[in-house]
Design a protein around this ligand. Structure first.
Ligand code: 5GP
Ligand code: MN
Length: 316
């Protein structure tokens, strides 16, 4: 996709990612903002996101200027959805999507149905930031844009670890580091570093995890009482599912936290034998082959039983 051509003469653009934004989401929205500041300096560019976005990304240009209130409710010429796998994940920015003259979606989720007027969805890309890099013209790139794209790739690839890193992804990382930002600092401070209470709650989740299916599956859960006790929010639980997945012999890791009474947010990670995106889709969620999520109703054991039935079918 030729992004600037699709943007055409639009004078205002609303940019948004998905609810409960992660690294690729925040980074891709701020990357497009920084890029358009260069390529289209006269354009009105607004990035919308939920209140309390992860503060670990506050070093990115434009972080402090994001609109966290979704107001005023104005009409924009253009709406760009980034890293949003389906319309229900737009949250409150739906208003701006519905009222824009034209909508664009850039994403890398294989489950994305292509809900915008113009869609650039590349499931083989490691991140939305990778897809964006290929749509950006070099002359409008700068260190701020590069720092955003690098951060998104780092987070969606688990620091270049997952199989979604292709030769092309590594080449992009190579080009990005030439811009001269502090890559190692971004990796250690935004990906690996946790607060003391985050480590404590991760410790609890690991301690209380259960291995099943002959050690091929692991599951753990954090309930609302525990989150209140440690005074943590959902965004502070990032990384727990990956740590569960690091258990030797485990093919599928399931981590969930309580959203409300008999309602859970589920995260799944797979080593490759099981496509967790297809499992998530069955219950209304989505994601990627090796990383997917869904919200489910029922008791903790209802949710485990429902998921493990589908996982077991694929394991055979
Ligand atoms: P995570 O487990 O880190 O929240 O998400 C892993 C992947 O699954 C991400 O690509 C994310 O976009 C997707 N995902 C997580 N939760 C949901 C959900 O409730 N619905 C859909 N459609 N995708 C989700
Ligand atoms: Mn992503």
């Amino acid at each position: 996709m030729d992004l600037l051509k699709e943007i055409g003469n639009a004078k205002s653009v609303a940019i948004a990612g998905h609810i409960r934004p992660d690294g690729d989401c925040i980074s891709s929205t701020l990357a497009v903002r920084a890029y358009l500041k260069n390529a289209r300096p006269d354009m009105k560019v607004t990035v919308f996101t939920e209140s309390n976005p992860p503060t670990i990304f506050s070093y990115l240009e434009g972080y402090d200027e994001m609109n966290l209130t979704y107001s005023p409710k104005e009409k924009y010429d253009l709406f760009i959805a980034l890293d949003v796998s389906s319309l229900d994940r737009l949250g409150e920015s739906m208003y701006f999507f519905e009222n824009a003259d034209k909508t664009i979606c850039v994403d890398h989720h294989e489950t994305n149905p292509g809900f915008a007027d113009v869609n650039e969805i590349r499931p083989e890309a490691c991140s939305t930031c990778e897809v964006l890099f290929d749509t950006f013209e070099k002359e409008h790139m700068n260190i701020a844009v590069a720092e955003c794209l690098f951060s998104g790739i780092v987070h969606d690839s688990g620091v270049f670890q997952y199989s979604n890193m292709s030769r092309h992804s590594f080449n992009i990382v190579g080009e990005l580091v030439e811009y001269g930002f502090d890559g190692p600092k971004i990796i250690s401070e935004t990906f690996y570093e946790k607060t003391y209470v985050q480590n404590q709650i991760m410790g609890r989740a690991l301690l209380e995890s259960i291995l099943f299916m002959d050690g091929k599956c692991i599951v753990s859960m954090v309930d609302r009482k525990m989150m209140e006790f440690y005074n943590v929010l959902p965004k502070h639980l990032d990384g727990i599912v990956n740590q569960l997945k690091n258990t030797r012999g485990v093919e599928v890791a399931i981590f969930m936290y309580e959203l409300g009474t008999q309602r859970y947010k589920v995260s799944m990670r797979s080593g490759g034998k099981v496509n967790v995106a297809t499992v998530a889709i069955m219950f209304g969620g989505g994601g990627h082959e090796r990383a997917a999520g869904v919200e489910m109703n029922g008791t903790y054991y209802d949710v485990i039983n429902a998921l493990s039935r589908e996982i077991e079918k694929q394991m055979q």
